[in-house]
Design a protein around this ligand. Structure first.
Ligand code: AMP
Ligand code: MG
Length: 352
């Protein structure tokens, strides 16, 4: 399949036409598009055949459900049953934006979209391109991240082209995704609202609206714990993995730097290629390997925005090993560490 690439000028969006993308979506084809979190791989959420195409293009296991993107709160009652008051309270504060809610699905949502579940994940994105595609096409767009299953999520159109060129009908290039991490997922189908995936909307911000909110044990676990059954089916799969073997180093900064240097030296002496994921504060302290800074430790949002891109950069360079510093486990860094731990397959070295 020849993939059409439409480059859009962010500063002149009103004058851009998305009619071709909208026609493709209405006809059950797939279109990748920018959102404020990461690039999405969109198809008609109510068309089981389109959902199947999404799974095929990504190589995604079919029990890993898709998020349905909407452009108006009215869609909640169309796609979901028994919508609780909490959903409207969250929508009021955080939509449009990087928050996904899990609700009981209505009849019109096919099981092909929900991975066989009776619940459906719904989000209203704030990115102007995403908003227009949904509103103008009149299609509820099922859109997982537009990467091949298992790879780091795409934060630029170039990342999408790497993974999806020739596999889908169209890619809309709208520049870099601002946030760089996928949406926060909140399950509203149980008695107590629960965070199933941390993201840009942090626990603290959610608590201001729903003080009783909890967090799924699988999210805070530092291990791939088989005894903890992940509520969000996607959590059980290997995710975000770069091609090089990624290890995270935890402990005091001095010890982390010393341990990474020792390991990097050993690898380099064996002629193995090493990448080091450092920060602005530490990047000059590593004499071995290819050192890349993810940003300043004082700028969590910058680190979040650079995470997936830097993992892909190491793939492009072709390093066999990636040695990474770790981050705090609170606020936005909780989401950063959650993605990094998964990318590393939970391979962590304690430096004490
Ligand atoms: P992605 O779009 O690639 O970020 O993946 C979406 C993720 O949302 C999936 O991997 C699931 O973990 C989660 N998700 C989607 N639908 C549901 C649902 N009905 N119940 C629980 N988690 C869901
Ligand atoms: Mg994904």
């Amino acid at each position: 399949m020849k993939t059409i690439i439409q480059k859009v000028n962010q500063t002149d969006l009103e004058n851009v036409s998305f009619s071709e993308a909208e026609k493709l979506l209405k006809n059950g084809e797939l279109v990748a598009f920018p959102t404020e979190t990461v690039y999405g791989l969109g198809g008609n959420a109510l068309d089981e055949t389109a959902a199947k195409k999404i799974y095929a293009a990504k190589g995604r296991p079919s029990d890993n459900p898709l998020i349905v993107h909407i452009a108006s709160v009215d869609a909640l009652n169309v796609l979901a049953n028994d919508v609780p008051e909490a959903a409207y309270q969250l929508a009021d504060v955080f939509w449009p934006g990087p928050l996904t809610m899990i609700l009981n699905k209505s009849k019109i949502v096919p099981y092909g979209t929900t991975g066989g579940l009776d619940t459906v994940a719904i989000r209203m994105p704030s990115h102007p391109v995403a908003k227009r595609l949904i509103a103008e096409s009149g299609v509820y767009i099922a859109a997982p991240s537009a990467n091949l299953s298992g790879r780091p999520s795409p934060t630029t159109a170039q990342h999408v082209i790497e993974d999806m060129d020739g596999r889908i009908a169209m890619i809309i290039d709208g520049g870099s995704a601002q946030i760089g991490l996928e949406s926060t997922i909140v399950d509203l189908t149980q008695d107590k609202p629960m965070i199933l995936r941390p993201g840009f909307i942090t626990m603290e911000k959610l608590k201001e609206v729903l003080p009783e909110i909890g967090i799924d044990p699988a999210v805070v676990s530092k291990k791939m714990n088989k005894n903890i059954v992940a509520k969000a089916p996607g959590m059980k799969y290997r995710h975000y993995a770069p091609k090089g073997e990624l290890t995270i180093f935890e402990g005091t900064m001095d010890k982390v730097i010393a341990t990474i240097n020792q390991m990097a030296k050993e690898k380099v002496e064996q002629n193995l290629s090493v990448g080091i994921l450092a920060t602005d504060e530490t990047k000059d302290k590593y004499p071995y390997g290819v050192v890349k800074s993810i940003g300043s430790r004082n700028e969590e949002q910058e680190i979040a925005a650079h995470l997936f891109g830097i993992l892909r950069d190491f793939d492009t360079i072709g390093v066999s090993y990636i040695l990474s510093e770790s981050f705090e486990d609170n606020s936005l860094s909780q989401a950063i560490m959650n993605r990094l731990l998964k990318a590393a397959g939970y391979q962590v070295v304690q430096c004490d």
